[in-house]
Design a protein around this ligand. Structure first.
Ligand SMILES: [Ca+2]
Ligand SMILES: [Ca+2]
Length: 216
């Protein structure tokens, strides 16, 4: 019984932790210099959604640089994007859609996109947009792509959209009359060969110790 528990502990240590999170876009917001209370049309601060395991960045207009500054963030809006509340939107420009980057802060850490929602600005119905997801290691071939009219609320679910490099979610060209919310993702520590070997070696040593105890 005791030994079984130790093996479970050793394996848990090797596989590591999985942390789920949802970007609900409630804030924090910034005026470019300091954190401010989010109100309509203020930008999200680049600390939005950050944890020890993930660095989240947003761009209202993504022009290709993967380094987002304080004045690049997507905008906050509270109501009227269908039934969503507190959403992220950008601009309506074909040359520069909005973007959200989910980038693991540690090596051997996997980020998996589970789902997100897209809403349409109710006062101006009929908007169409795209959600295109890339592995950060390959920005020329999407790993997932959706185009359509989100009304009333489009709930996109993803399968197998994972990367240790990071995931870039491009949203547009119309990210003004449509907005995103509830970006659901999971961050998982990938077992490294070295730590797995250590764990297995630990189990082996335990077994040997038990056998010696029995023998002596
Ligand atoms: Ca929200
Ligand atoms: Ca960040």
């Amino acid at each position: 019984m005791f030994r079984k528990h130790l093996i479970a502990l050793a394996l848990t240590g090797a596989v590591g932790i999985a942390q789920g999170d949802v970007l609900t876009f409630d804030g924090p917001c910034t005026n470019g210099l300091s954190i401010v209370t989010c109100s309509n049309a203020t930008r999200f601060d680049q600390s939005l959604g950050d944890t020890a395991l993930i660095d989240v960045s947003t761009w209202a207009t993504f022009t290709g640089s993967l380094v987002a500054g304080a004045t690049d963030g997507m905008f906050f809006w509270d109501l009227n994007y269908d039934s969503l509340t507190n959403v992220a939107y950008g601009l309506n420009t074909a040359s520069a859609p909005s973007a959200v980057l989910l980038k693991p802060t540690l090596s051997a850490t996997l980020v998996t996109l589970n789902s997100l929602q897209v809403g349409e600005w109710n006062p101006v119905p009929g908007a169409s947009t795209s959600i295109v997801v890339y592995d950060l290691a390959n920005l020329s071939t999407p790993v997932s792509s959706w185009t359509g009219n989100p009304a009333p609320v489009e709930s996109l679910t993803f399968s197998g959209v994972s990367s240790t490099n990071g995931l870039l979610i491009k949203f547009g060209p119309d990210s003004f009359y449509t907005a995103i919310d509830n970006v659901d993702f999971t961050v998982t520590a990938v077992p490294e060969p070295a730590s797995m070997a250590l764990a297995l070696a630990g189990i082996g040593v335990l077994g040997l110790a038990r056998r010696r105890q029995r023998g002596g």
